[in-house]
Design a binder for this molecule. Structure first.
Ligand code: ZN
Length: 469
C-alpha cells in the first residue's frame, strides 16, 4: 500500500514524503520524491494531508464489560480509529471493574479484531472503593501499565502511598484522578460565579489542587511515576510546573474540552457540558493552554465518556458527568490550539444551534471555543508538531507503547499511522458519530481538521473518513 502525496510529521520533524507499507510495517519513506506503487498495491491519497504516527489516548472509557448500552470495545475502538487513534488505554471503571486478572483478560479478549489497539488499565483499589489495593502484580503480568481508580480519586493518603510503592516496583504508572471528595461534596459545576448564577452546588478548583499537591509529595517520597489525569485548574498547572522544575517524575494531561470550553457554556443549562472535573474559568483554560505550550502538560487525552441519552436527559444534578471525545479530539485541538491565522472561521458559525440565549455576561461567546486570543490577545498558538507530540508519541511513551505506537514513520517501524487533512472543515453531527453514545458538547460546531485514513498494523481501518471494520 502506498500513501501518496502527503507530508510526514513525527518526532523527527516534517518532510514531504510518500510512504510505502508492506504487511504490518513501513517499508520505505520516499523523502522528497514520488515512490512508485508496486504492481497490485493500493494507493491511499494523502495530498494536502499530514501522515503521522497514529494517535494514542491514555484515557478512554469504553464501558465494556457492564455498560454496553453506552459503548462497547468494538464501537469505542471504531470511534477511536475514525479519530486517528491506533491505541487507546481503556479505563478500568467498568462493571465489574478491571481489578482482577479475569476482567483484564476479558477486555484483552474483546479487543481482538477491534479497529485499534486497546490496552486495559487496572484499578488501584479493589472495586475502586479506596480501601484495599488490587492485585497489581497480577494485572501487571498481563501487560497492564497504568493503574487508576479514575472516576474518583484515592482519598486515603496512606493507601495511595502504598499503591505508589507497589507501582514503582512493577515499573507501572499511577494515573491519578485528582479530586478530594470532601471538598467536592455534591458539586456539579465549577464553584464560583457560575455555580451561584445557576443556583447549583459548586465543585471547587481547590479540590483538585490539594490532591495534586498531596500526590506530587507522595511521588517524591516513593519515587513512583505519576500521571495526572484531566487537569482543569490553573493552580494545578502551577503545582506541576514547580514539581517538574524540581525534577519530579510526573506527567500531566488536559482534555480537549477543558482546552476549548469554559464554565460559561453551562449557562445553556445543557447537561452536555457537565463533566468531572468541571469546565472552569477562562483563566483556567488559558493556564492549561500555556501548560501544553511549555510542556508542563505533556498529553492531550480525551477522557472519552459515553453515556446513553437517559443518563444525560435529566437535571444537572442527576445527569452523568462526561462527554464523548475520540472522534472530535484531534479536530478540536487543531481548531482551538494552533496558530490562529488561517484556522479561524467567522465567529457567527460557532454558536451551538438550539441553545437558549444566556444572559449577558454569561454568553458563551465564540471566542471561548476558538480561544480567548480574540478577546485577551494572549494565546499565540501551538506548533503543529507539539500538538501531535501531545496526542501521539508522548502518550505512547507514558503508556509503555513506544516502538509500537507513536512513530517514528521510518522503514521497519510498525505501520500504525493516521493521515490527517488539517484544512478540512466539518460540522459535528452527534447522530453521525460511530460511538454508541452521542453526548458531545461540540454538537453543531464547525471544526477544522479531519482524519482521512487510519492504518493499524498496516491494515487500513479507516479509508476516506469511513471505517472499514
Ligand atoms: Zn477522571
Amino acid at each position: 500500500m502506498l500513501i501518496a502525496g502527503g507530508t510526514v510529521m513525527d518526532q523527527g520533524g516534517s518532510r514531504r514524503a510518500d510512504v510505502l507499507v508492506k504487511g504490518e510495517v513501513v517499508a520505505e519513506v520516499g523523502e522528497g520524491r514520488a515512490l512508485r506503487a508496486p504492481a497490485g498495491a493500493d494507493v491511499l491519497d494523502a495530498s494536502g494531508c499530514l501522515v503521522a504516527p497514529g494517535l494514542v489516548d491514555v484515557h478512554a472509557h469504553l464501558r465494556e464489560p457492564g455498560a454496553e448500552e453506552a459503548e462497547s470495545i468494538e464501537t469505542g475502538a471504531r470511534a477511536a480509529a475514525l479519530g486517528g487513534y491506533t491505541a487507546v488505554v481503556a479505563m478500568p471503571n467498568t462493571s465489574p471493574p478491571a481489578d482482577s486478572a479475569a476482567v483484564v483478560r476479558q477486555v484483552l479478549q474483546l479487543a481482538k479484531g477491534a479497529c485499534c489497539d486497546v490496552r486495559p488499565a487496572g484499578t488501584i483499589t479493589l472495586g475502586r472503593e479506596g480501601r484495599v489495593l488490587s492485585p497489581m502484580a497480577e494485572l501487571a503480568a498481563l501487560g497492564v501499565t497504568l493503574f487508576t481508580d479514575d472516576g474518583t480519586g484515592v482519598q486515603d493518603p496512606g493507601l495511595m502511598r502504598r499503591a505508589m510503592e507497589y507501582v514503582s516496583v512493577l515499573g507501572g504508572v499511577i494515573a491519578d484522578h485528582c479530586e478530594d471528595a470532601s471538598l467536592v461534596g455534591a458539586g456539579v459545576v465549577n464553584e464560583g460565579a457560575m455555580s451561584s448564577a445557576l443556583g447549583l452546588p459548586g465543585r471547587p478548583a481547590v479540590a483538585e489542587e490539594v490532591m495534586v499537591l498531596r500526590d506530587l509529595a507522595l511521588a517524591r517520597l516513593t519515587g513512583a511515576r505519576l500521571h495526572l489525569l484531566h487537569l482543569s485548574a490553573a493552580a494545578s498547572v502551577a503545582a506541576v510546573r514547580a514539581a517538574k522544575a524540581a525534577g519530579a517524575q510526573v506527567s500531566a494531561e488536559a482534555t480537549p474540552h477543558h482546552l476549548a470550553l469554559t464554565q460559561d457554556w453551562l449557562a445553556s443549562y445543557s447537561t452536555a457540558f457537565k463533566v468531572n472535573p468541571p469546565l472552569r474559568t477562562s483563566a483556567d483554560l488559558m493556564a492549561l493552554r500555556e501548560g501544553v505550550a511549555d510542556g508542563t502538560i505533556d498529553v492531550i487525552a480525551t477522557d472519552h465518556a459515553p453515556h446513553p441519552p437517559e443518563a444525560k436527559d435529566t437535571s444537572m444534578c442527576e445527569a452523568a458527568p462526561g462527554m464523548v471525545g475520540l472522534e472530535t479530539a484531534l479536530a478540536v485541538a487543531l481548531t482551538v490550539l494552533l496558530d490562529p491565522p488561517g484556522l479561524l472561521d467567522p465567529p457567527g458559525l460557532l454558536d451551538p444551534p438550539g441553545f437558549l440565549e444566556p444572559p449577558g455576561s454569561l454568553h458563551p461567546g465564540s471566542s471561548l471555543v476558538r480561544g480567548p486570543q480574540a478577546s485577551e490577545g494572549q494565546w499565540t498558538g501551538l506548533p503543529l508538531e507539539r500538538l501531535l507530540a501531545a496526542m501521539s508519541w508522548v502518550p505512547a511513551k507514558i503508556a509503555g507503547l513506544s516502538g509500537l505506537h507513536g512513530g517514528p514513520v521510518a522503514p521497519g517501524a510498525p505501520a500504525n499511522l493516521c493521515v490527517v487533512d488539517p484544512a478540512r472543515k466539518w460540522v459535528v453531527r452527534p447522530e453521525k458519530l460511530a460511538s454508541r453514545s452521542h453526548n458531545t458538547p461540540f454538537a453543531g460546531q464547525e471544526l477544522t481538521g479531519k482524519v482521512r485514513h487510519t492504518l493499524l498494523a498496516g491494515e487500513p481501518v479507516v479509508v476516506g473518513e469511513e471505517a472499514q471494520r
